[in-house]
Design a protein around this ligand. Structure first.
Ligand code: ADP
Length: 168
């Protein structure tokens, strides 16, 4: 049994992430997609909301489970005894950072080997940041995320807008 972990911010999950999840789920017996709950980084969605969105989009993939973690990835890998860490590689710009992370993780924990899946070309440009930026200005994000996710993103910006516009 080979178990893999795909960690990330997933703020929100995009078709690019889903492509990696589907492909990784075919390569390993089990795949845990895990939301990094990084309190130091301000996210659009809470970790719980990001988990919910991932659960919805992964519901029909039988060997995928969704979780969240905080702290060091290597501690989470050790605790859950994962065999492999999955990361997606888009462009050359991802490579330097991802290589550094993978090597650091392996130095900290030999067992934490990273397997990179290269992005499908149709999603090579896609990032959660782009999705948030387009949605913040009311643009169409239906090409980037599933409908269930798009609804939550628009709702979140509407709520945030209402809060910002409120006068005390
Ligand atoms: P991070 O974990 O760096 O905050 P994300 O949550 O956006 O970033 O992404 C998690 C992982 O998914 C990273 O390995 C990232 O390179 C990969 N990824 C993000 N978007 C895509 C995409 N469009 N195609 C393939 N891989 C992607």
């Amino acid at each position: 049994m080979t178990s893999a972990i795909y960690p990330g911010s997933f703020d929100p999950v995009t078709f690019g992430h889903i492509d990696i999840i589907k492909r990784a789920s075919k390569l390993f017996d089990s795949l845990t997609v895990s939301v990094l709950d990084n309190k130091a980084k301000s996210a659009l969605f809470s970790a719980d909301d990001r988990v919910k969105m991932l659960e919805e989009v992964c519901a029909d993939i039988p060997n995928v489970t969704v979780d969240s973690f905080s702290g060091l990835l290597v501690d989470y890998v050790r605790k859950n005894n994962f065999d492999v860490v999955i990361r997606g590689l888009r462009a050359i710009t991802d490579f330097e950072y991802e290589l550094q992370m993978a090597q650091t993780n392996r130095k900290l924990l030999l067992q934490a080997d990273t397997v990179f899946l290269t992005t499908s070309l149709e999603y090579a440009y896609l990032s959660s940041t782009t999705v948030r930026e387009v949605a913040a200005f009311g643009g169409d994000i239906s090409l980037f995320v599933p409908d269930s996710v798009a609804e939550r993103v628009y709702k979140k910006y509407r709520e945030n807008g209402e809060q910002n516009g409120r006068k005390d």
